[in-house]
Design a protein around this ligand. Structure first.
Ligand code: GNR
Ligand code: NI
Length: 173
């Protein structure tokens, strides 16, 4: 197990679409396990591979609350097969846009098909926070960030602050 460095805005890799996983093998499972450990350590409730610089269509999630039993999910090559008509709004954050939050509206429920950590096909009907997190992570696979769902004014304010913060951080190492 290993902790992987999480990349942050403005890194061009976060804006690129990831490519499908071709083989679910032991090396891939090792990467998924490292991603899960990295996500728990952050701490976060989800992590897409591109956030650790790996441009593959896979993600890990665990929306169990503190004190609840861990409930890790490993999702490979997800595809949306149904979305609800009704929406829900939630104040989202992202490990790749540290310390910034904004209200995002998304479909309240989705169904996806995907491959499990064992490479088996599966389906998932997600609601509540699980549906929010899953859509946030699936966006990462297409180079989309939560700020792409808010007004240009709010988005540019957040992006400018992150550019500035990274510049200061790099000047102070
Ligand atoms: O840890 C995370 N919390 C979160 C809160 C609201 C909506 C989405 C998320 S996902 C985020 C971790 C992350 O950046 N995943 O890509
Ligand atoms: Ni994110």
């Amino acid at each position: 197990m290993a902790l992987l460095p999480i990349i942050t805005v403005p890194d061009p890799r976060l804006l690129t679409a990831s490519t499908p996983v071709e083989a679910v093998d032991d090396a891939l499972r090792q990467t998924l396990d490292d991603m899960l450990e990295t996500m728990y350590a952050a701490p976060g409730i989800g992590l897409a591979a591109i956030q650790v610089g790996i441009a593959k269509r896979m993600l890990v999630m665990d929306v169990a609350r503190e004190g609840e039993e861990r409930d890790p999910l490993f999702i490979i090559n997800p595809e949306v097969i149904w979305v609800s008509d009704d929406d829900q709004s939630y104040e989202e954050g992202c490990l790749s846009l540290p310390e910034h939050y904004a209200e995002v509206v998304r479909p309240a429920e989705i169904k996806i098909k995907y491959l499990t950590r064992d490479g088996a096909p599966a389906e998932l009907h997600a609601t509540g926070l699980k549906a929010i997190c899953l859509q946030h992570e699936m966006d990462h696979l297409d180079g989309i960030l939560f700020v792409d769902h808010i007004s240009a004014l709010k988005r540019n304010m957040i992006l400018r602050k992150l550019v500035k913060a990274k510049r200061l951080q790099e000047a102070n190492v």
